[in-house]
Design a protein around this ligand. Structure first.
Ligand SMILES: Nc1ncnc2c1ncn2[C@@H]1O[C@H](COP(=O)(O)OP(=O)(O)O)[C@@H](O)[C@H]1O
Ligand SMILES: [Mg+2]
Length: 258
């Protein structure tokens, strides 16, 4: 998650998931962004009247009814552009922040990893993600303002851990769209320095790691979505494919089932 748009949330969700699936793990992606970018990036194109995660959140169907296989070991709970009005419709539902958590608890589809791609806001869809998961990964773009807004995100996580989900942690910071400029290097040093003073950080982010793997800027990553394929089906030899493959190994080491 990150309430800023364009920082690499969707690109990372799709390509980390595909990379882990390629290692043999069973992976499911939930697209919670009404823009449905992850859904399109994974090659699923929904008809106008198709059901999506929104119908699950509003109680019209179950996760199993909308889940589709989009690759070997890879499944998707799709979003739909029609979800744009859904946050409003959900706003008056009792226990509205907990619907996804409860649906997942009812669902007995076995996966090794479940990734949720959040919209660029701290609204109801993001809250549903935060009550359903344990680990939050935040992609940051190494530019001057990248840590602006970050404390707001941390405050949101603190409220959620206090009231709704005690096991939630900010677990990983991922630097995306890195280049070799001096500014890029300085900002990634700033981010590392920020997490070096752990004792001064709020408890919810005290255990966060800054991933060793940084995602370089690579035009092939920006081209892949229009082909409806993760980077590995589009250009497996690109630097983007290499970076996300390495990141998947790092994630499996640090967060995989022991
Ligand atoms: N490492 C990268 N190099 C080049 N372009 C990238 C990279 N990561 C993401 N992009 C592009 O940047 C844009 C924003 O990325 P996206 O993952 O959609 O961000 P978010 O989901 O946070 O809004 C997209 O057009 C995407 O294709
Ligand atoms: Mg996105």
């Amino acid at each position: 998650m990150n309430q800023k748009g364009g920082v690499g949330k969707t690109t990372s969700t799709v390509n980390i998931s595909a990379a882990l699936a390629a290692t043999g793990a069973r992976v499911c992606v939930i697209d919670l962004d009404p823009q449905a970018h992850a859904t399109l990036h994974l090659g699923a194109d929904l008809d106008d009247d198709a059901q999506s995660v929104y119908d699950v959140l509003t109680g019209k169907c179950k996760l199993a009814d909308v889940r589709q296989q989009v690759g070997e070991n890879l499944w998707l709970i799709p979003a739909h552009l029609d979800m744009v009005g859904a946050e409003l419709e959900l706003a008056s539902a009792p226990g509205r922040e907990l619907i996804l958590r409860d649906e997942l608890a009812d669902d007995n589809f076995p996966v090794d990893y479940l990734f949720v791609d959040c919209p660029p806001s701290l609204g109801l869809f993001t809250l549903n993600a935060l009550t359903a998961v344990q680990d939050v990964f935040v992609p940051l773009q190494p530019h001057y303002f990248s840590l602006h807004g970050f404390m707001r995100l941390v405050e949101t996580l603190e409220v959620v851990t206090r009231r709704l989900n005690k096991s939630l942690r900010l677990s990983g910071i991922l630097l995306c769209m890195c280049d070799n400029t001096q500014l890029g290097k300085e900002v990634s040093q700033d981010v590392s320095a920020f997490f070096a003073h752990r004792d001064q950080l709020p408890a919810v982010c005290r255990e966060a790691v800054v991933f060793d793997t940084k995602i370089r800027r690579n035009i092939r990553l920006a081209e892949a979505p229009s082909h409806g394929s993760p980077i590995f089906g589009y250009d497996p030899n690109s630097s983007g494919a290499e970076d996300y493959r390495n990141l998947a190994v790092e994630i499996a080491e640090k967060f995989g089932m022991k």
